[in-house]
Design a protein around this ligand. Structure first.
Ligand code: FMN
Length: 190
């Protein structure tokens, strides 16, 4: 698939058919997440991959899926074939930026781990599209509880939960009603 097509087709998919993922697809998608750029090549991005249906169900419960379903949304999290819990490790960046060729002050303005995490997230989302699958991001409720369930260390931050699966018809996000925000493309100066 051409990159431009993957970019155009990508959207957050919040419902899946429940069919199993094609062999090897999940590994390729996770690997894509580790192919992004990384400040100082720190590589402080990690992923906890969950494809056990029982554990997927536990995560969905912790994230309040029942409440979302009660308000008219689909069983998004539990219908996924896999969850990728994307994590960032600030300590890895701090250690790297304390090395002689780096300046720790570089991390004071922009915490680079979130930048690298965003790049990893986008690579994962695009790789899912490239595999003919759908992906979604759950970034809010339940992340602390999910971190505890999966044994994620306290000094590791959870960026969010990426769902992967075969797309099923879903209810689109109300946020999309905002339309595209104009006036962001400044040429030759703001
Ligand atoms: C960091 C991040 C967190 C998000 N968290 C959620 C979430 O918790 N629940 C949700 O339904 N969508 C979530 N989204 C999806 C956005 O609502 C969605 O990307 C946006 O509305 C644009 O829609 P599209 O990605 O389908 O084009 C999140 C997206 C990002 C990048």
């Amino acid at each position: 698939m051409e990159l431009r097509d993957a970019l155009r087709r990508r959207r957050m998919v919040r419902n899946y058919t429940g069919e199993p993922l094609p062999a090897g697809a999940l590994d390729r998608i996770v690997d894509a997440g580790f192919r992004g750029p990384s400040a100082g090549w720190s590589q402080g991005i990690s992923a906890v991959v969950v494809d056990d249906p029982e554990r997927i169900g536990q995560i969905a419960l912790l994230c309040g899926e029942d409440d979302y379903v009660a308000s008219g949304f689909d069983r998004w999290l539990s219908s996924a074939g896999a969850h990728i819990v994307l994590c960032v490790e600030p300590g890895v960046y701090r250690k790297r930026y304390s090395e002689p060729d780096k300046d720790p002050a570089a991390l004071e303005g922009v915490p680079w781990w979130w930048v690298d995490g965003g790049a990893a997230l986008m690579a994962i989302l695009l790789a899912a599209v490239d595999e003919g699958l759908g992906a979604g991001v759950h970034g809010a409720r339940g992340m602390d509880a999910v971190g505890a369930l999966l044994g994620i260390p306290k000094d590791v931050e959870v960026l969010g939960l990426v769902t992967i699966g075969h797309p099923a018809p879903d209810r689109r996000s109300g946020s999309l009603d905002r339309g595209r925000r104009p006036g962001r493309d400044h040429r030759g100066g703001w």
